[in-house]
Design a protein around this ligand. Structure first.
Ligand code: DLL
Length: 437
């Protein structure tokens, strides 16, 4: 058992009965606060004839209506705020793929909660005031940069606010400042490793030892590429703007799921089609309720992220439950020839094949009235070959690996190292060129 020595992590190890009591107390308070201050939410409760006083146990949360991203869009920009603007000290926004951004707001106390969960997460990943942490998530309206920044500062670490971009300079800073921890998207870190190599720097020779990677789905194969390529320990961190930003859940050193800071974010898993609450252990859509965020509380927010709750105790001794790696977003799924496919399934299968990198692109097209998938894959420089036989063998292996997971034979196109566009933030993995009828 690896009890965290930082006493700011005490809540992670709270006895379960006290944790449930704390959750209930906070739930009752936040439901009352939201009912009293957010007209949108009050109407929804009134329509269903639900009263604040109906929340007597944690299970009573199921009486409350769900909320969704569309609610934030419909009430843009400040319709879900539960405090006057004079109490709001920060706004963030997330653009998403279509339409208006969604806006999220924080009071001073909300930011304090955000810092606390980040401190607990970073400390659990073995970081401390002795570390120099480079933040290479984007700074700005995106929550990644500032969330990781202030969390690392609150931990007491030395923060290098690099933001994204200027990749060669990022590598130089890491080397010259002796950076020991890095926070960025996993795809961007892969890019940093490659760029370092091009500059003649082997990331494994640098002091960096911990990576805090999130904001996009990533597979076990990707973890291996990052850990081996840079000689680091990689931690999966999860979060979303609507709930707070990064720091909703994070892995501990056991790396068997992400501990969710459930004293602040109450998790449920539902069947995405029926809305029925599923028991612990079953895969479904994660629904979160913010128990202690007052500027813009979220009640039963449907994240669209698919995972399961791991209720079994973790070897690390934390009593807060875990969620599994986010296997996909329900809206990332595409249907090809009647088969449901998630990009993350393709990544997991692909990276079991030696000689490929995690730089890939899925291209969906319509040919002769049929939907088709092409998977473009960058080969590793070592595996890159001009021998047709070698390339064909690799193509066959990838096609087989993918078929064994999704049940479809898809076209594989091998491309030379460094040909697929790199992203500095969330990687774009799918290009959909299908004809829409
Ligand atoms: O991505 C917050 C964040 C920043 C998390 C930095 C972690 C690190 P949004 O831009 O609102 O917020 O996007 C949230 O990103 O619903 C998931 O679909 C996805 N996501 C976030 N973390 C992970 C992860 C930030 N570790 C959306 N694994 C979420 C898989 C993730 N998907």
């Amino acid at each position: 058992m690896n009890k965290c020595t930082d006493n700011r992590c005490a809540a992670d190890f709270m006895d379960v009965a006290s944790l449930r009591a704390l959750q209930l107390e906070r739930l009752q308070k936040i439901v009352a606060h939201t009912y009293n201050n957010v007209e949108f939410f009050r109407k929804r409760m009134d329509e269903r004839n639900i009263k604040v006083s109906d929340i007597k146990t944690l299970d009573d949360i199921q009486k409350l209506p769900f909320s969704k991203k569309i609610d934030l869009r419909d009430t843009y920009p400040f319709g879900l705020c539960a405090v006057p603007m004079s109490e709001i000290v920060r706004l963030h926004a997330s653009s998403g793929t279509t339409g208006k951004p969604i806006v999220v707001a924080y009071t001073k106390e909300d930011l304090e909660v955000w810092n606390q969960v980040m401190v607990r997460g970073l400390a659990g990943a073995g970081l401390s005031e002795k570390d120099i942490i480079q933040i290479a998530y984007g700074y700005g309206l995106f929550t990644g940069g500032l969330g990781a920044h202030y969390g690392s500062e609150a931990l007491g670490a030395t923060v290098v606010p690099a933001s994204v971009g200027n990749t060669q300079r990022q590598v130089m800073l890491m080397r010259d400042f002796g950076v020991t921890g890095i926070c960025c998207t996993p795809s961007y870190f892969l890019h940093l490793i490659e760029q370092a190599a091009l500059a003649g720097i082997d990331m494994r020779d640098l002091p960096v030892r911990v990576g805090i990677f999130g904001a996009e789905p990533w597979s076990q194969g990707m973890r291996e590429q990052l850990e081996k390529g840079a000689g680091i320990e990689a931690f999966d961190i999860y979060g979303l703007s609507e709930i707070i930003g990064p720091g909703v859940a994070i892995e501990c050193t056991e790396h068997s799921g992400m501990h969710i800071f459930e004293d602040h974010f109450y998790p449920e898993i539902i069947d995405p089609d029926t809305g029925e609450v599923l028991p612990d252990g079953e895969l479904g859509e994660l629904v979160l309720t913010t128990l202690s965020k007052f500027a813009m509380p979220m009640i039963r927010y449907r994240t669209r992220d698919l995972t399961r709750i791991i209720a079994e105790p973790c070897k690390c001794g934390r009593t807060i439950r875990r969620i599994d790696r986010i296997s996909a977003r329900s809206d990332d799924m595409f249907i090809i020839r009647g088969v449901n496919v998630f990009p993350s399934q393709i990544e997991s299968a692909l990276l079991t094949v030696p000689g490929v990198t995690a730089n890939y692109l899925i291209i969906l097209t319509t040919e002769k009235g049929m939907d088709n998938i092409e998977l473009q894959v960058e080969m590793s420089p070592e595996a890159f070959s001009d021998q047709v036989k070698v390339l064909e063998g690799l193509q066959r292996n990838i096609a087989k690996a993918v078929e064994s997971v999704i049940g479809l034979r898809i076209r594989i196109k091998l491309v030379a190292p460094q040909t697929i566009a790199r992203s500095e933030g969330k990687a774009k993995r799918v290009i959909d060129q299908r004809l829409k009828n």
